[in-house]
Design a protein around this ligand. Sequence first.
Ligand code: CMP
Length: 133
Amino acid sequence: MEKTLAIIKPDAIKKKLAGKIIDRIYDKNFNIAGLKMLHIQENQAKEFYKVHAERPFFNDLVKYMTSGPVIVAVLEKENAIKDWRNLMGATNPAEATEGTIRKDFGENIEANAVHGSDSPETASIEVPFFFPD
Ligand code: CMP
């Protein structure tokens, strides 16, 4: 069983899409091993996204991720990392495949509804970042 970190981002929470997104997660046979709502603090957002620190969109990304509550969850299944990324769709909702979460619910490349770990190495950092136990 592989684990990955999912975040339902502030834009999706504001639009009350959390239930629909969680339904899609269950429909694809993920187990939800942990789930909580929280408001990410600025220092946490900077740490979480530190690989993007030099990117031009970094400050906006931190502002956006701290603009309202998020739901963080640990998703579990075989191939969880790849399967969750397939279910999310491309980073830019305009380029995402039909039927993916970002295509259906994302607003733009920043407010793109959900996050998922991009590799086993990233997941092994991101899961304990929000679920240290
Ligand atoms: P995520 O998968 O959480 O990883 C980095 C985030 O940065 C991305 O989703 C978007 O929310 C945000 N972002 C904003 N602008 C860009 C961009 N030009 N390219 C990639 N990610 C961006």
